[in-house]
Ligand binder design. Structure first.
Ligand code: SAM
Length: 620
């Protein structure tokens, strides 16, 4: 399947009913779609009664389509939210994402949904395959959309639904979505007792559900349909029994509310934002006098994608992270859209660009080939961390200038107890957790503030240069660092000047005519260049529990954890790319709800991977 999904071709019946040409089936019946959605899915899953008294409730759907079911659910949530702090998570699957204008047209029949539809359409995802997460914090609603064929994306997704809406066209017209493979997957992604509603009473569906452990009943159908199905997952159900969690990627037990975050750089700030949006109370500790004083504190930063030619988990999570970062930052203070010209730095990169353009991961709105071999990244962002990071932290209690004294077993910071602690301390995390093996890299940039007004503009080729207003910034180095305090150096300045020479005559002139200031920061880096996001394992206990891994046995037990201790680290030179995506993962792990990433991605960034890898290699 290509990395860009094809929008469906839609035929519009006279009454406004949208019909998917390829499947020759309707999304819903115009005029009656909302009433049907309420009868089949909302009432069919026992809503709103089913979420009474719940702090977190997750509804899953097969086939997102126009988002009508999502809006019907959201509307019910507005009037029947169980408490002002309760959270509703909706997770859905779509292989043929509608163009936003088609969704608008389809939803046009329902004036009562107009406001919610506008909120949804404003965040409508593009056609890139992957996992998109949208949050409306005031409403307490999130939408996690797995874009791709559901045969791949549902088995790869990590969540447990309290209710299921089965809405993937008629089974006779869409075997892909209703094949026998799906029923055990529905059960495996459900809590015991989960409810399910669907419009079809097809025998294969009834048998499939029953075989996977659901109790299935026929109910009087809506409108002209004679019958519909309701089902509930029997309790206990063998197919929804918990599986071992050797990478500690599962959600924490419920009840976490007060969270301490140590570190007010981009890692801590974006975790704070995502967790506050999920309903947490956040206190941020940092020994510096103001946020973003470490590596995140350069005067300007560039958010651009790192694109790989192959469609691997790593390549996908980089695209997901980039899109999550862009969606989060857009509209915040200190954020400016820019084009970035990326010139291949060598033949290998030229070849990589050529290959990736045969199956581009981003649409033409974001990515074009440049004549002569480069890439043009559109809608990338120039960021001013001094404005952006405080904006992300808005609403958190800031304890700046306070070095954090952390008592891990008691979950206390400076004598105060929290439900959870997140370590977002870059290299300093190595003092508490030396087994992380973090490696410091020194990143130096050069900066001038008095150039003629220009930009926004950006060019990259291994190194990068940014122009915004009277500011110019270029760099950055990525040197091994052997200790002491990070300091700027003439050698790094010369390296940055050389990088600029290869980029553009305009920048060279600007750099020569103005006195530049250098700034250096330490970037915490992992050996595999992926970040560390998630629960902190109990290292000594993990070595014991997984001793068999040294001898080639599988890691088939839960990882021992330091209860309530989480981390976000290892961002290397891509802090602003990783931050919001990492924050979303932590928000799901600590506060409940679907993970905004495929399970393999959660494993790839889990701190536990380092221990299991070391055991496998005989290095632990
Ligand atoms: N729930 C939708 C709504 O509220 O508008 C209507 C869903 S429509 C009946 C079925 C949806 O399933 C379509 O959007 C279709 O593109 C999607 N679909 C069909 N086959 C799929 C597959 N193999 N993987 C993912 N989505 C698929």
């Amino acid at each position: 399947m290509p990395r860009l999904l094809n929008p469906p071709e839609i035929d519009w019946r006279e009454d406004g009913t949208p019909v998917a040409r390829a499947h020759d089936d309707v999304y819903f019946t115009a005029g009656d779609g909302l009433a049907e959605s309420r009868a089949v899915f909302l009432a069919g899953c026992g809503l709103p009664q089913a979420w009474r008294g719940r702090d977190v409730f997750t509804v899953a759907e097969t086939g997102f389509g126009t988002g009508l079911n999502f809006l019907a659910l959201w509307q019910l949530w507005e009037t029947h939210r169980p408490s002002p702090t309760a959270r509703l998570h909706f997770v859905s699957f779509e292989a043929f994402p509608l163009q936003p204008e088609d969704a608008v047209r389809a939803l046009d029949s329902w004036a009562e949904l107009e406001e919610l539809a506008a909120l949804m359409i404003a965040r409508w995802p593009g056609p890139a395959k992957g996992v998109r997460r949208m949050v409306w914090p005031d409403a307490g609603v999130s939408l996690t959309l797995h874009q791709g064929d559901i045969r791949d994306t549902l088995p790869a997704a990590q969540f447990h639904a309290d209710a299921w809406f089965l809405d993937g066209f008629s089974p006779a017209k869409n075997e892909d979505m209703w094949g026998t493979w799906i029923y055990p997957q529905l059960a495996a992604h459900s809590v015991p007792g989960a409810r399910l509603g669907t419009f079809t009473v097809a025998g294969a569906v009834r048998r499939g559900l029953a075989g996977a452990g659901f109790d299935v009943t026929r109910q009087p159908g809506h409108g002209r349909k004679r019958e519909r199905l309701e089902a509930a997952l029997a309790t206990p159900s063998p197919s929804s029994a918990p599986t071992p969690d050797p990478h500690a990627t599962a959600c924490a037990p419920p009840g976490i509310r007060r969270i301490a975050i140590i570190g007010a750089g981009i890692a801590g700030a974006s975790a704070a934002r995502a967790l506050m949006d999920a309903g947490a109370e956040i206190t941020v500790f940092d020994s510096a006098s103001h946020p973003a004083s470490g590596a995140s504190g350069n005067p300007l930063a560039l958010l651009m994608p790192r694109l790989d030619a192959a469609d691997t988990v790593q390549a996908r999570l980089l695209v997901d992270a980039y899109i999550a970062a862009r969606d989060t930052y857009r509209g915040l203070p200190g954020v400016t859209e820019t084009d970035v010209r990326q010139i291949p730095k060598d033949q290998a990169e030229t070849d990589r660009f050529t290959k990736l353009l045969t199956d581009p991961p981003l649409p033409l709105e974001d990515l074009e080939a440049l004549r002569g071999g480069g890439l043009l990244h559109k809608r990338a962002l120039i960021l001013r961390p001094a404005l952006l990071i405080p904006a992300l932290l808005a609403g958190a209690t800031l304890r700046m200038g306070e070095a954090a004294d952390i008592d891990i077993p008691q979950r206390m910071v400076n004598g105060e107890r929290f439900d959870a602690i997140i370590l977002a301390t870059a290299m300093a995390a190595g003092d508490l957790l030396p087994w992380l093996g973090l490696e410091a890299r020194l990143g130096q940039i050069e900066w001038i503030t008095d150039a003629p007004v220009a930009g926004p503009d950006a060019v990259a080729s291994g190194t990068y240069a940014l122009a915004a207003g009277t500011d110019r910034l270029w760099g950055a180095t990525f040197e091994r660092f052997d200790g002491g305090l990070p300091a700027t150096s003439d050698a790094a300045r010369a390296e940055n000047a050389e990088g600029l020479e290869n980029l553009s005559p305009w920048w060279i002139r600007e750099a020569r005519e103005h006195a530049a200031t250098s700034r250096a920061g330490l970037r915490a880096t992992t050996a595999d260049r992926l970040p560390l996001i998630g629960a902190v394992p109990d290292h000594a206990a993990a070595l014991e529990v997984f001793d068999g891994v040294r001898k080639g046995r599988p890691a088939d037990m839960d990882a021992p954890q330091l209860p309530g201790i989480y981390m976000v680290n290892g961002f290397g030179a891509r802090g602003f790319t990783w931050g919001p995506w990492a924050g979303g993962i932590l928000a799901a792990q600590l506060m409940g709800g679907p993970a905004p990433a495929e399970a393999a991605a959660l494993v790839a960034v889990s701190p536990m991977r380092l221990i299991l890898r070391a055991l496998k290699r005989g290095e632990a």
